[in-house]
Design a protein around this ligand. Structure first.
Ligand code: NAD
Length: 324
């Protein structure tokens, strides 16, 4: 078969956006996820839809190896993961299994069948956090891994495994470490869609602690373009930070959402903080910008308005899942 790229985790937020941006109408992609999502798979069915979509568990070694045996992939892009930090406190075992063992299964298949590149979609959370009173500090690709919770620890472990397969076996790999993504099709357990959902329902908007934790936000399509750029121009064995240069406190994000929806700030409520809640994430992204020529394009304020509008027009998306 002439299918050249395998993509995992494509029913999820970033994987599905990547598919919509890159795979539409093309024959060369096999995409898979553990779940089938009501609207997503339909986008890739029918006469003009040539991508092959399959329901597979990334930890299922024989199912994954069968895919490689049948399709002969050149590229593998690995989005699939357990991603909710709060859930990771309750079920670290699942996070270890999916994020570490699942990655190892794909790496083993890549080794056995041979690929031109395995790309690991990772996160800035592997670096741990920065103090709030040092806005001059940013994580570079050389910063030590210092994860704070079971989710980020499992992603850091997976990154180390990816690099070890490169060093030990010469597997061609790249890793991208992105900051917080926002945009359409995000599960409503995450900050922005959860707050939009609560605000639309005139329910209290719960903010952890004092709301002053800082995240750097990147529009999901900018992240997807960065991954595409790394696949096309990145060097084997290299890690690339991907950030949006939009540092905001969680409180600023929630207030901005309320403003777009014309809802009162009195809806904000403060709840008990997360354990080991990372204070600030911030990335130095000069490597990908200088070496590969990628830059984020989406202005944050406009991107947020666009995002809120999308959820208003797709309320079924917010209703379909139980938010934490
Ligand atoms: N969302 C962010 O802000 C962000 C930032 C940086 C990096 N990342 C990374 O990007 C990737 C995608 O994140 P996302 O936000 O789209 O998460 P998501 O939770 O929306 O999507 C993850 C997808 O992986 C699938 N999955 C989980 N277990 C699986 C398994 N055993 N087999 C097959 N598929 C499985 C899920 O069903 C889901 O569709 C993750 O690796 C995450 O660590 C996310």
């Amino acid at each position: 078969m002439d299918c050249k790229t395998l993509i995992s985790g494509t029913a999820g937020f970033i994987g599905s956006n990547y598919c919509r941006l890159v795979c539409e109408g093309k024959r060369d992609f096999v995409i898979f996820d553990l779940i089938s999502r009501f609207d997503f798979w339909d986008d890739f069915k029918g006469e003009n839809k040539k991508t092959t979509s399959i329901k597979v568990d990334v930890c299922d070694r024989s199912a994954v190896f069968n895919l490689f045996e049948y399709y002969h992939f050149n590229y593998v892009i690995h989005f699939a993961a357990e991603t909710d930090v709060d859930r990771s406190y309750k079920d670290p075992d699942l996070f270890y299994k999916t994020n570490v063992i699942g990655t190892q299964v794909l790496l083993d298949a890549c080794l056995k069948y041979g690929v031109k590149r395995f790309h690991q979609v990772s996160t800035d959370e592997v670096y741990g956090d920065l103090p709030l009173d040092r806005p001059d500090l940013f994580f570079t690709e050389e910063s030590p891994l210092n994860p704070s919770n079971p989710y980020s620890a499992s992603k850091a472990a997976a990154d180390l495994l990816v690099m070890a397969y490169h060093k030990s076996y010469g597997l061609p790999v790249t890793i991208s470490r992105s900051s917080n993504n926002y945009g359409p099709y995000q599960f409503p357990e995450k900050l922005i869609p959860l707050m939009i959902k609560k605000a639309l329902n005139n329910e209290p908007l719960p903010i952890y602690g004092n709301g002053l934790n800082i995240r750097d936000w990147i529009y999901v399509e900018d992240h997807c373009r960065a991954i595409q750029t790394i696949l096309e121009k990145g060097k084997d064995g290299e890690i690339y930070n991907v950030g949006g240069h939009n540092e905001r406190t969680n409180l600023q994000i929630v207030k901005a959402i309320l403003k777009v929806l014309n809802k009162p700030e009195s809806l904000i409520t403060y709840v008990k903080d997360r354990p080991a809640h990372d204070r600030r994430y911030a990335l130095n992204t000069s490597k990908i910008e200088n070496e590969l020529g990628w830059k984020p394009e989406q202005n944050f304020e406009e991107g947020l308005v666009k995002t809120v509008k999308w959820y208003q027009e797709h309320k079924e998306w917010l209703d379909d899942f139980k938010a934490a």
